[in-house]
Write a protein that binds this ligand. Sequence first.
Ligand code: SF4
Ligand code: SF4
Length: 431
Amino acid sequence: MPKPGLDKVDKILEKDVAILEGMDISGHWNRMFEQRVVWDYSTEILERITSLSGGESLGWCYQCGKCVPVCPVDMVGDYGPRKIYRKVQLGIDLFHDPDLWLCTTCMNCLRVCPKEVNMIEIMPAAREVAVQDGNVPPELQKVFENTAKYGNPMGESPRKRAEWVKEAGVPVTILPMTPRPVDVLWYVGSYPSYHPRGKDAARAMARVFYALGVDYAILGHEEKEDGDSIRLAGEKGLFEMLAESNIRTFQKYSFNRIVVTGPHEYNAFKNLYPQYGGAFEILHYTQFLAPMLPQLQKMFVKELPYTVTFHDPCYLGRHNGEYDAPRKLLQAIPGIRLVEMPRCRENGYCCGGGGGGMWLDGFSRDFIRERLSDRRVKEAVEVGAEILAVCCPYEVSRFEDSVKATGNEGKLLVRDIIELIDEAMGSPKTR
Ligand code: SF4
Ligand code: SF4
């Protein structure tokens, strides 16, 4: 029996080639090649990455390219998961390649990736191997050593951790010196404890808490770096030591909740410390203060007639979904006009400080055209902002450097939201 339709076939030339009305309908051209054997490239590195715990999803990339236009590093260089995957496929050794250190783990690629290729897990897993092999940029290695030895990335003395308190102008309880039950344990963080501009924000926070009558205390010299960025930069063992040490310290004292200054400790304490036995109620300071706005607004005594734009920190916004609390606070300050940059909220542009980037500016310089923070400062100027408001302790120093580097001194100020609140409450300007 001829197959249906085959009676219409003009001729069958060979076994698999059929011609209908002069047209080859067999599709034999689709089957005319031997399957290619790919032996130009070694798959060893790709297999090594995908066999790591956390590295598996690199193998799921199907090269759709959605991640590249949203990657902040690609905007100033040549990057993004699609490109990383392709380069690894073509044989680069990611464990020894500068690309390993450029990802800031900002999560914008994961937001749009249909295959859930997760650079936030892939990069720390691959970096962990590099760290174990001793293949780490020297400036990052120094940060690991400082943190292991002194409990902070700057290598400052733990005894000086609470020195900023002396110039706060209000009393601050330091629990190891005056142990007592408190409502709020304020985890200050390394940059607010030691960096000159971070200390400005810490002092402003102390004044605001005091004015609001918050029953709070800090840990002073017993506080250590939270370790989140250390982990993302590949030193998981050190992160675990810091987590265990901080949890032991927290458990010594009686409090209801922990309020943190920065998004990185927020991420670490909320999402990771519970795996190490430390589950506490955690609030970023903007989340703690936003419900107290009716009280705060009665205390504002000064108008701040500024056009302000807000930079969403990746680890408060994309990683933890908080976009509104900082904006509510800013909008409540009398006189402030809030304008948004085009890249904001879910699509906020990374400052370059996450995932260890805070300590890799010197290293990255050779591989990107422009610092991410420089790019962000230009975006703030383009929307007419006079103040770039932040609520992550990495950002004040990064952006202030960038304001100078991009020639925008006198045009744009960088302020932590808490400094603006403090100023509106009548405290002297911090700068
Ligand atoms: S969006 Fe995901 S699947 Fe598409 S190219 Fe990027 S990593 Fe690959
Ligand atoms: S996490 Fe951010 S920096 Fe890293 S590849 Fe994805 S988009 Fe780029």
